[in-house]
Write a protein that binds this ligand. Structure first.
Ligand SMILES: *Cc1c(COP(=O)(O)O)cnc(C)c1O
Length: 208
């Protein structure tokens, strides 16, 4: 299965929701059933069967994970512009990569040689060995200049649910911990102007 999120911060969005792609008819049927409270007969099939009294059978418990038609319409309109959105993000990401390549305490995201990067986010790693300032201090400085940043990821094993369930220590997964503490996502979206990108680059370089 391929699983996609259409959360507002993604390349295309339906407000909330997502999509699963499959190439297996039986699993597809099963997921559609689970999406609709476990109903064996879809609303569409019920409408089309010509028997107004027909009701769905339920042979397992499901969920209400149905996407609304309005969200679906938004997603389909966005899908038409997907290549444009990705190209635009790619263009900005290249400007960032180039601008930050000379800062030795800042690691730019690796770009795979196979396929195209989707640039869901532009996440920098502030190398604690080389950087004179802590990541948080840099994020605060950028916030003062009106530049929004976020940590690039959660260290999932430090969240209390997993910590308690599996008895894990933060240091058990040192790289995840470091990624959570030292990563920084900077603005990357389709409303950024060249001036905005220049302003962000200058602000980060001025910290260097
Ligand atoms: C994608 C994403 C979400 C939402 O994911 P869902 O699977 O749609 O709930 C939330 N936060 C961040 C940082 C994300 O990148």
């Amino acid at each position: 299965m391929g699983v996609f999120s259409f959360h507002p911060r993604k390349t295309i969005t339906t407000g909330e929701g997502g999509m699963i792609t499959l190439n297996n008819a039986e699993t597809t049927r099963h997921l559609r059933q689970l999406r609709d409270h476990g109903a064996k007969l879809s609303d569409l099939a019920r409408e089309e069967c010509g028997k107004p009294y027909e009701m769905a059978e339920f042979d397992e418990l499901g969920f209400n994970y149905r996407m609304t038609d309005l969200q679906g319409a938004l997603g389909r309109a966005q899908l038409k512009r997907l290549h444009h959105f990705i190209a635009e993000r790619d263009r900005i990401a290249r400007v960032y990569n180039e601008a930050f390549s000379e800062i030795d305490w800042l690691n730019t995201p690796p770009v795979p040689t196979e396929g195209n990067h989707g640039w869901q986010a532009y996440v920098l790693y502030v190398d604690p060995e080389n950087c004179p300032k802590h990541r948080n201090e840099i994020m605060l400085k950028l916030a003062e200049k009106g530049i929004g940043t976020r940590p690039g990821t959660h260290a999932v094993h430090t969240l209390s649910y997993y910590r308690k369930k599996y008895g894990i220590q933060p240091s058990d997964f040192a790289n995840s911990l470091s990624a959570a503490n030292n990563s920084m996502a900077i603005p990357l979206h389709n409303m950024l102007t060249d001036d905005d990108v220049g302003y962000i680059v200058d602000a980060i370089k001025s910290i260097a």
